[in-house]
Design a protein. Sequence first.
Length: 355
Amino acid sequence: MSDQTPDSASEPRERPEASPAPTQQQNQQRRPNQQRPQQQRNPQPQWPDLSVVIPLFNEEESLKELHSQLRAVLGRMNLRYELLFIDDGSTDRSFQVLRELKRIDRHVKIIRFRRNYGKSAALSVGFEKSQGNIVVTLDADLQDDPAEIPLLKKRLDDGLDLVSGWKKKRHDPLSKTVPSRFFNFVTAKLTGIPIHDFNCGLKAYRREVVKAVKVYGELHRYVPVLAHWEGFKVGEVVVQHRARRFGKTKFGIGRFWRGFLDLLTALFTTRYLQSPLHLFGFWGLVAVCAGLVIDGWLAVEWYLGRTSLGNRPLFLGGILCIIVGIQFISIGLLGEMISKTRVSETQYQIRDFIK
Ligand code: UDP
Ligand code: MG
């Protein structure tokens, strides 16, 4: 089924990545409410100033309200914008609601996945299809307040490349907020990025950032980490957080252990991607050296007749250290080989793309 609507013909087609992003000044010159030069025969397509990317999975009750809040805020900001809803395989009426919104508002664009791939996949495709100079992401469950968008944009205008929301006062159950604090603390320490809330759905990015970072699996929690390691300037701003009014959270308790495994992935694919041997090799050498020292000392003791190796468990410990150390060094070398060949990107099956 094709969901192309007639007005899509007048819309800009895919924004070519090769062409440099227009400067803010250029973009302001192209605003519709300003007079265009008469002699311009072949006007450039007018790319939006701002794209809002909204991943959603079974959020039928929230969508209308979210849309009207977004429209109110963005209307006041007086800029060109698009609302990119990514329906991540919803099984409720979310897609029908989005179609209704599309009918009344041409800013709305809908991408619909064939099945539920997860929030990271939705964000990844949203990033790929977004055309704005600034991209704002927002959860669809009304927990994030669209009224914060001007503040986020201001921080980007002040020079940051990525601004992450910080839900300082959270409206979530304790079972979620306590582990989340711990998780944010560890992530900040291990990555060296001094922000408090990595997993906030409300974030704003410069276009270059969303085109550069690759979000997959459940790495959406670590976009600031990925961006930081690509060399972008990352900052945060305190935002209001609201309790979930409709539906329920899509992430169970499994989010925490998966979150930590993903932290390892984030660290390895950024910090150690270029040089896995630096991590594994270092600890491998430490273990081998420790094993050699322990066993060497025991061998001397044995030679001098002061001990029998049979009743020294430490001897086995030394051997273990040497074996584990060699394993580590080998893993590091394998990692070096793998990092030389880039794994091809995952393809997501998009069901509809309504422009
Ligand atoms: N979401 C999604 N795909 C999923 C799970 C969640 O697109 O597989 C969306 C969800 O609809 C919401 C956002 O991601 O817009 C955040 O999800 P949720 O509110 O459940 O997360 P929480 O607030 O509990 O962290
Ligand atoms: Mg939520």
